[in-house]
Design a protein around this ligand. Sequence first.
Ligand code: ZN
Ligand code: ZN
Length: 659
Amino acid sequence: MKITLKDGSVKEYDHAMSAYDIAKDISEGLARAACLAEINGEGKDLRTVIDQDATLNILTTKDPAGIKTMRHTASHVMAEAVRRLRPEVKVAIGPAIENGWYYDFDTDKPFTREDLDAIEAEMKKVIKEGHELKRYTLPREEAIAKMEGMQEPYKVELIRDLPQDAVISFYDQDGFVDLCAGPHIMSTKGVKNFKLTSSSGAYWRGNEKNKMLQRIYGCAFDTKEELAEYLKKLEEAHMRDHNRLGREMHLFTTVDVIGQGLPLLMPKGARIVQALQRWVEDEEEKRGYLLTKTPLMAKKDLYIISDHWQHYKDGMFVLGNEEDPNAEVFALRPMTCPFQYYVFKAEPKSYRDMPCRYGETSTLFRNEDSGEMHGLTRVRQFTISEGHLIIRPDQVEDEFKGCVDLMRYCLTTLGLEEDVTYRLSLWDPDNADHYLGTPETWDIVENLMRKILNDIGIQYTEAKGEAAFYGPKLDIQAKNVYGKEDTMVTIQLDMFLAERFDMFYTDKDGLKKRPYIIHRTSCGCYERTLAWLIEKYAGNFPTWLCPEQVRVLPISEKYQDYAETVLKKLKDAGIKASLDDTAEKIGYKIRQARMDRLPYMVIAGEKEQESGTVSVRSRFLGDEGAKDIDAFIADVLKEIRDKTIRPNAPADEKDQKKA
Ligand SMILES: [Zn+2]
Ligand SMILES: [Zn+2]
């Protein structure tokens, strides 16, 4: 038989050989490093015997598919280690993921860091023992009987869900057997440079109606250096992770009895969101937006017109008994658009009334799968300043540019613009029945969007098939600390919904015409923007956003009165200030204020009292020395007004990491 290798060379053998033996024939080193055999383009175990002409590519941990096989084998090694330490656990599933793998276990006791360390030590033993992973298949009924015999209910369920004609394979590593399609590396010995990173609860099959299992995440790399680098990055991401830091800073919390995806903003978090919202609303007003305040729910009749009832009902919270023909049925709103359309329709409009720019800070509700809920970013209720611009077709260019300008102003002010990428989401002409309108209209508006973006000078990518069904959109994408990308802000052009809601204006020529609509957000929904800011600044927000901007620290009780005078002055000036009147030593108070990520603390003692000054310490420069109170207040007010973003002194961040 002829074996064609990746480099095009051909090896000839007169008998069947395993891929591993062929690798060995090529070089001992290759065989040692081998993880996976790509036989005729398909990833297979190295043990696979080849008995006819084939192409063969031997992959190692340097290849993506090779390292994936090693990572997946690590999940079996981990499952065996867990089973040795906790014989009573039931095993569920353990796939390879980016950088590593996870495995879900049914156990009453969550895994602590100490448990993970012990499992890691046990894994090292399993690896050293060098068990070979051998594949075999069983007929369906035998496979089920085997897993029932081993009391593995999750595996039984998985087999029952496989198609009738599926090949059911197992991997045996000298006693530990796992249901698995494979492929795997030859021996547990090949698992290297790994670390167990975390553990968390996870519903069986991601469904909250199922039992909560315990998931352990691990990672593994080709080299020690890559592992070390990854762990360092992960540690930094963890320090910034909004779902950890936001809770630690008392910005938000979640409560089981209130519900998944329904975070509570605590006083400090609520203050930040209030500052953002006031700023955005004021900016909208400056830019000619008309404020509306419309209901958070509506009869289902509205959603029938908007098409939500037909296509999005599962994503809405429905109120009232749908089965009862006499009952009024409502739904909480998933978006603001149709409500603002009726504001537009409430009075006749002429071409002179256009553009109508409506703005509203609104709470929206989306009934998403609870398994997906996460901190402030995957939620079922959120608040957003939404705008709907109802415009004449000849106003598209100016108004769209205005929306882009508002969005960029918001992101630049928050220091976030450097982190975003722009995506022009277009329709998919091969899937035309998913969209309203004709190819000609889409062509015209998509080209207009390109022209607008090129005029502004925005770098963007194009994404076919990502448009809304009613028009193309500009999506502003950003990544969280773990590299997961989301759409944070969106500006959408809508050529068709005005017709559905029978919206029109009277043009110059006296004829009734359909307007276009722009749907836009400016800095995204407030919960998510808060999460973004927490991660961007590691909790060290720009002063204007800080829920506590200045803390007054009296050196001792003797200077309490003076400290209170200073506090009153700060508060009267509109600065968010507080007083640390605890009996702690000044050094402790300073450390506490730094750990609380205060931008400013002012120290009040004898010297300061006599001279009517305060000693200023900031997150930006450290010790700033004595300052006249009024001068200090003027500086802080200017910083707040200008929304200045000042870089932090490195020492401060180090302190916070230690905490
Ligand atoms: Zn497997
Ligand atoms: Zn809208």
